[in-house]
Design a binder for this molecule. Sequence first.
Ligand code: BES
Ligand code: MN
Ligand code: ZN
Length: 501
Amino acid sequence: MQLRVVVDQPWDVAADVLAVPFVGEPTLQGVLAEIDRRAGGELAALVAFGELKAERYSSIVTAAGELRAGRLMAIGGGDAGTITRQVVVRIGSAIERRLAGRSVKTLAIWLNDLGDRIDGGVAAAAELIARGVVEGEFEPATIYRDNFKSVPPALDELILVAPGADAAAVKKAADRGVIIGEGANLARRLDNRAANDVTPEILAGEARAIAEKHGLYIDVIDPARAAKLGMGMFLAVGAGSDNPPRMIVLRSGEEGATDAAGRRLAIIGKGVCFDSGGISIKPANQMEEMKMDKTGACTVIAAIATLSRLAPGTPLLAIAPAVENMPGPHSARPGDIVKAMNGKTVDIINTDAEGRLILGDAMCYAENLGATHMVDIATLTGAVGRALGDQMTGAFGTPQAWYDKVAAAGERAGERYWQLPMIDEYRPDLDSWYADFTNTGSPEGGLVKSALFLREFATVPWVHLDIAGTAYFHKKTPYAPTGATGVSHATLVELALDGAK
Ligand code: BES
Ligand code: MN
Ligand code: ZN
């Protein structure tokens, strides 16, 4: 897709479709009034008819009259007071998805009304809209078939219309948005793939291809090496499957290098290619969703690739422990005692609390490689989805200053996080008769306890993002299909870019 920025008025832009996002009520003043006049009063008629409404992401497509575009789309941005960076991304996606199944090669989007509502103005709107359009192109229904009818159009050209703006600055911002959107889609495509298609070994192969394409260092640790390294928790989870586990390690920048923020940042993603629960097997209902339990891994792999496109050579480590959690003759049993890489012993009382086991060893390994700051990302608990739903990621971290840095990156990325407390009083619930601690306690406060478990494997500043609620949608919205959302990819990229030269 080509990207072009024009500073002409929207009525002078030739494209298959001109999309006009507006904020608040469709009162048709200023630029909108002129567009309506040239479109022969179509917009005013649709407002009177009740078809064109203020509601966020609601849209109409109509004849363009004397506009130079072939068709006109108007789309509601919703209440001015609640326009966020995330809303702007989603408007971009909603425009693209509204055109699914239609013949569109060139799409023009007018930016000014949105640009007036966010920090960074029109350039920021360009970045976020471009990212949204690219994310809107993603359609998981096409991964395994080519007869799906309602595919969002593959654009030849996206034209951003920003009268009065500095075209070069707007273009630069939009290019960045496209790259971040493409990275999110790379993660989503992997996330959505089935467990019979993406085993730990295949995921490692995908990571290798990505590393080669972007000039990243890669190391894939097999079970024999993991055993030598003492990754007892990781190996216990992987033992139940015929598809052996892989610890995937990617690096950008030189070995041991510190980034411009003085950090050696590691991002660590849970890569459970299928989570049956193991011997503590899950109920059949919705178990198929557990192919998405590798989303954290896919996200960190995509994020380091995106970083290498935006700021090549910036130091970053991405670690993705990849396993299949299966019942079988070699599976870990409830009550098995294993030793983590940091020497702590763990009593596996529930084999379905596997994410924290593989992440714990990955965090130890990150620190062994010299990480000074860590963020892990995982579809870790059903509880976070029950608490916060699919719009807000639950997050933990210590010290607070590091959490705040991650939260600030999330803000820039237009992603939502809710900080949850690590309540020390609950830690004794993980005490074990036989080992240093168990991997689960009683269900009350289980979300907090999952973070208390992970904290046992962090000696440097660390943040934990529980994306079990936000990683994939169960139903489509105007801005996204069912399936992987790409959540937190942009946050991790923004965080890593804090360390770019
Ligand atoms: N992968 C699941 C968490 C999950 C649940 C993700 C639903 C997405 C949707 C995780 O490994 C798990 O099984 N967690 C258990 C933990 C419990 C045994 C302490 C859970 O949340 O029930
Ligand atoms: Mn599980
Ligand atoms: Zn899991």
